[in-house]
Design a protein around this ligand. Sequence first.
Ligand SMILES: [Zn+2]
Ligand SMILES: [Zn+2]
Length: 400
Amino acid sequence: MAEMKQHFLEAARAMEAEMTAWRRELHQHPELGFDLTFTREFVRARLEEMGCEPVPCGEGLTVLLGKSGGKTILLRGDMDALPVEEEADVPYKSQCPGKMHACGHDMHTAMLLGAAKLLKDNESLLEGQVKLMFQPAEEILAGSSNMIEHGVLENPHVDGALMIHVTTGVPIPKGTLMIPEGGTGSASSDHFRITVKGKGGHGAMPNLSVDPITALAHIHLALQEIHAREITPGDFLVITPGIFQAGNASNVIPDTAMMEGTIRAGSVEMVDFARKRLTEIAEGTAKVFRAEAQVEFLASCPPMIADNEMSDSARRYLTELLGQAVLPPMGGSKIGGGSEDFAFVSVKVPTIGLFLGAGNANEGFLYPQHHPKARFDDSVLYIGTASYAYFAYRWLAEHK
Ligand SMILES: [Zn+2]
Ligand SMILES: [Zn+2]
């Protein structure tokens, strides 16, 4: 094994310059959701250059490597960006106004492309099959379901799955891997919208109107009580409104006011509770102020489940590969507030999601993911690539 790990690490390292160039090219051309014309074409072209045969699967791409007869392990890299105007001071800044790879999915795409090359070059060593999943639309929590609907987990049937997410601005040292223990790994996510309908009118005559802004403001405050007064202290729940909109003129009471936000929870029961109470509070509070609230849930994904056996395997193989660069298991609360739409895969096949440090505050990476000034260090790409590839190679060797 010592020889093989050296081989994978060195081969990944030899691709560093190439992977950095891929990542920076992708970073300059961020695309959103399913609308990944440039990105998908870029990925397809690189894969074909390597001798891989990418196949469309829904709005994503898959590649199958290895030999049939054994088990199949799936490796996922997501490809989409965020509707954020980039403010990071980097020479390869986004060239698309209002769009930015602020979550690091450009890193994931480059790392998985690197893994494709590594695995293709070592295909004869694989004792089963590796399925690469280049996924769209993670940020809108729709991409992995789209690929599941189009059969990504079948033909051949997938027996286990691994994803890696880079981190920045959080206390994970650069180049180290964090491997969650079995259990709930990341929170659920529910995107909600509350629309309050009042009755518009002249700003000077509120008595003739029903002001939806007042009602929505009271709803916003009342929602804080779910967390403060209704759940067991220590249970994981976040309710954050990120959009609050109403009106176009300072002297006009608008007809409607609207809020959108996100619910993050650590269990399916908590999600159900939060959705129910949010609806009751919005409808009840609006009624108090003579208005009407309509609550919609626009997108949803379950909590991400880390499989015990996959977690153990990942820890063993990747400690072999990287030694001290694999962090010890965390004690206490393990649920991260960030959600991950690979959760849809994790409820169907044994899954593990790893985190790879790509810069923290002490190293000068001050801003967290999704921030317009977030930066990610390219120098960890080879570690991600080697981890993807070595994990797949080792997992197949041990699961025949
Ligand atoms: Zn994100
Ligand atoms: Zn992400």
